[in-house]
Design a protein. Structure first.
Length: 406
């Protein structure tokens, strides 16, 4: 009798995931899980909002010459443990020092991802004002209304991509985004594509945007990721036309026909020649879990999630990038206290979810064509059609209303 070959021990979560797997959606808040627990799977929405309590909202800068916006991740009442890992050479951030595990602040109520470069960080002021009105923040006086919300934020460079250099998010954009988040039901789908902070995002010469994904571990713990893909590096293998993030996924990538790839490369070269703006970019992400993590563990989660970014974008962490990953932990489910390396499963899942979120963002994006002074950015779907297999269909993608496709 021939022994059945063993499965490799180092399979990633994405390789082990199965959309048809019946993950323990109603598993108890015990992170140990039974010995025969089912394999890891995507969450019900395959989105950051599969982490119970998190909500996401978007707002766009108005105006014909605008191509920018803001996205807010709103934590549940009481906030979430937070951490950050900044690896790009040109970051634009706010309140990230407060997230150092050595410092005072334990929890945050919202994270802001925004366009507009450093100017756009003003959008966090609008989020702070809204949180103050709700009485949410660090209490600093005898009156419950005396709070200071700590709102970490990071920005991408998208200045002038709509044609108007001064069209960028401000406090009103941030307020609109957090109100949009607060107006959603818990567990609501997340709109993807050219929306919020992804409105003016570009990935190499391709149109970038917002994407999200999640992993439900066999233990019942959920790990989700939300990303704004705005990279100086490329998301596409120039040899094949396959998205880098699809290599090593659950199913082998479908390679575009050679003639389709040649035409796509030609169109990208033409777009590159026509667009004279410098490749000042940055990819931003929030990776979150319902596990009960310490601040140091959340810091590790943010750091290893960058591995997922490096799989899907090449190169990353350049001087013209400000690549930043935030981590949030809502604390609803404990890690197995008997397993000193139980965190490893979450670290793996965070990186895998971020890779898939990048793929979904690029696939959900819509082309931006011929904006006066703003350039043209073709989308992957327009160049290659509905080829390959996205991690999951994205019915919640949001087209650019100013593009022909929209």
């Amino acid at each position: 009798m021939t022994e059945e070959p063993r499965k490799p021990a180092d399979l990633s979560v994405a390789q082990r995931a199965s959309p048809t797997s019946s993950g323990p959606l109603d598993a108890p808040a015990d992170a140990t899980g039974p010995l025969d627990a089912p394999a890891d799977a995507t969450g019900p929405l395959d989105a950051l909002t599969d982490v119970t309590g998190l909500r996401v909202g978007h707002a766009r800068v108005a105006g014909a010459g605008a191509l920018s916006g803001t996205t807010v991740v709103l934590a549940p009442e009481g906030g979430a443990i937070a951490a950050v890992d900044v690896r790009g050479g040109g970051p634009g951030t706010r309140e990230t020092d407060a997230l150092d595990p050595r410092n005072l602040v334990q929890r945050v109520d919202a994270v802001v991802l925004t366009g507009g470069s450093a100017y756009g960080l003003d959008s966090a002021s609008g989020v702070m004002a809204w949180l103050e009105e709700q009485g949410r923040g660090v209490r600093v006086g005898p009156d419950p209304a005396q709070v200071v919300p700590v709102v970490p934020a990071a920005c991408i460079f998208d200045l002038g991509r709509g044609g108007d250099w001064r069209a960028r998010p401000d406090a009103s954009t941030g307020r609109a985004a957090v109100e949009d988040a607060a107006g959603t039901e818990p567990g609501a789908p997340v709109v993807e594509g050219g929306v919020g902070a992804g409105t003016g995002a570009v990935a190499g010469q391709l149109k970038g945007g917002v994407g999200t994904a999640s992993v439900r571990l066999a233990s019942g713990i959920t790990v989700g990721a939300l990303v704004v893909v705005n990279a100086a590096g490329s998301v596409v293998d120039p040899r094949t036309g396959v998205l880098y993030g699809e290599y090593g996924a659950a199913e082998p990538p479908v390679y575009p026909a050679p003639e389709v790839h040649r035409e796509a490369q030609q169109r990208l070269a033409e777009a590159r020649e026509a667009n004279t703006r410098p490749p000042l970019n940055t990819t931003l992400a929030v990776v979150a879990t319902d596990a009960d993590l310490t601040r140091a563990q959340a810091q590790k989660l943010a750091g290893t999630a960058h591995d997922g970014l490096a799989r899907a974008v090449r190169p990353v962490h350049l001087l013209t990038d400000g690549d930043t990953v935030f981590a949030l932990a809502t604390g609803a489910r404990p890690l197995d206290p008997r397993n000193p390396i139980a965190l490893n499963d979450l670290l793996t899942a965070g990186a895998d979810a971020l890779t898939r979120a990048i793929v979904k963002a690029v696939r959900a994006a819509q082309s931006v064509n011929g904006r006066p002074g703003g350039g043209s950015y073709p989308s992957y779907s327009d160049l290659y059609g509905a080829r390959g297999r996205p991690s999951r269909p994205s019915p919640h993608s949001h087209p650019d209303p100013d593009s022909p496709a929209g």
